[in-house]
Design a protein around this ligand. Structure first.
Ligand code: HEM
Length: 407
């Protein structure tokens, strides 16, 4: 019999810890999906509560608990932690495995994403940014997401994996279905399509090795010198697709939406363009306040966690947007202070699974801000966001962001 990680019914949850909350449900009229999390604070829900929605899961509301769940992999596992629970589910490498096994793929990828390695990618990111912005700068308007924020990380992914640039339109379509479809069958078929493309790519790289991540994965061997399992390698490339596209797209969408509605922020950021360390501080603050990911964990075995009984296989959600606005950790947490010096935000997670791509993500945002604000210093929202434009879930964001400016 195969082992199941499905959670038990919530008979162990006391009524006072039950809250009616659906992380995927953005009520009509709500433009910013993170509002549904902030609403929980206004409702003064318990700091650890349970919701029956999406297969049933706990929510941690305090920074300290969220950080503890990130760090304590012996009690809070990433393996089969998805919400709603699905079995079978791809075990993404290295995100879906706990230490110590997780270091096999983590140590393969980490050297490719160090600050130095990413600094060397700056020119490539600039080239892509210029190409995209110059297509619409003289037009005076664009859909920021379709024409920029989705394109930059997807093009960068193709580049890193060694996939040809001509496949960008195909990949944009695939990732749109992958990240936006709510049809289970369509999503299933789409994931199979992504795996099919990666499999084909790996086969091609076996015959024609090159300087790219696909080749590195295909050739990767374990400590004993044996080639690592093919399926694990596919799962690792799949994770890069899942982790590195929509997160960057929606973080940028949040940042540009904020700039479009806040003239003072545009002016402050423009002043910082020639001072890289000041600009980086500002970007850290933009990342703190615009944290798009809500991560999952699975309780490994029954435990008493700070007086709350958590049962084996219970799911836990850690909303970064709540952690990053915890008044116990951040001074004036709701104020966007582009000069904030101490900033222990958890936008990229903490602990063993901390984001491998954080330097790349930051570099993409820095390069994009730099070129955009010089080329299009003033811009605003073209219209009110249409109904249904915002979406919630593990990554929150917007389907479109129409911007306009004077030419
Ligand atoms: C603003 C953009 C991004 C955000 C907000 C973000 C957020 C995160 C978070 C919170 C985690 C921790 C997951 C966990 O603890 O379970 C993570 C892990 C990861 N991220 Fe990112 N990420 C971003 C961009 C990227 C990019 C551009 C890449 C790669 C090209 C990437 C690759 C990864 C990988 C491989 C992991 C798993 C690391 C491990 O399990 O050891 N991310 N990311």
């Amino acid at each position: 019999m195969t082992h199941s990680f499905l959670p038990a019914p919530p008979d162990h949850v006391p009524e006072e810890l039950m809250v009616d909350f659906d992380m995927f449900d953005i009520p009509s009229g709500v433009e910013d999906p993170a509002e549904i999390w902030r609403e929980l604070n206004r409702r003064a829900v318990p700091r650890i509560f349970y919701t029956r929605h999406n297969g049933g899961h706990w929510v941690f509301m305090d920074y300290d608990d969220i950080v503890e769940a990130y760090r304590d992999w012996e009690r809070f596992s990433t393996h089969y932690a998805v919400v709603p629970p699905i079995e079978p589910f791809p075990v993404m490498q290295p995100q879906g495995v706990d230490p110590p096994q997780h270091k096999v793929f983590r140590s393969l990828l980490a050297p490719l994403f160090t600050p130095v390695a990413i600094r060397d990618m700056t020119e490539e990111l600039k080239r892509r940014t210029v190409m995209l912005v110059d297509k619409f700068a003289d037009r005076g308007h664009c859909d920021f997401i379709a024409e920029f924020a989705a394109q930059l990380p997807t093009g960068t992914f193709l580049h890193l994996m060694g996939l040809p640039e001509e496949r960008l339109p195909e990949f944009l379509k695939i990732s749109d279905v992958f990240f936006r479809s709510t049809d289970e069958a369509e999503r299933q078929a789409n994931a199979m399509q992504v795996y099919g493309i990666i499999n084909e790519l790996f086969t091609e790289k076996q015959a024609n090795p090159a300087e790219d991540i696909a080749t590195l994965l295909v050739q990767a061997r374990g400590e004993d010198g044996e080639l690592l399992p093919w399926q694990d390698k596919l799962d690792c490339a799949f994770l890069l697709f899942v982790a590195g596209l929509d997160t960057v797209t929606n973080t940028m969408a949040y940042v540009w939406r904020y700039m479009a509605t806040t003239p003072q922020a545009r002016a402050t950021l423009r002043e910082k363009l020639d001072d890289p360390s000041e600009l980086l501080l500002a970007v850290e603050e933009l990342l703190r306040i615009n944290s798009v990911s809500n991560l999952f964990r699975r309780v490994k075995s029954d435990m008493d966690y700070k007086g709350v009984f958590l049962k084996e296989n219970d799911r836990v959600i850690m909303p970064n947007t709540i952690a990053n606005r915890d008044p116990a950790v951040f001074e004036n947490p709701e104020t966007i202070d582009l000069d904030r010096k101490v900033n222990r935000h958890v936008t990229f997670g903490v602990g063993p699974h901390r984001c491998i791509g954080s330097h790349l993500a930051k570099r993409e945002i820095l390069v994009a801000l730099d070129y955009w604000l010089r080329k299009i210093p003033e811009f605003e929202l073209a219209s009110q966001m249409p109904e249904g434009n915002a979406f919630g879930g593990p990554v929150m964001g917007f389907k479109s962001l129409p911007l306009t400016w004077k030419v």
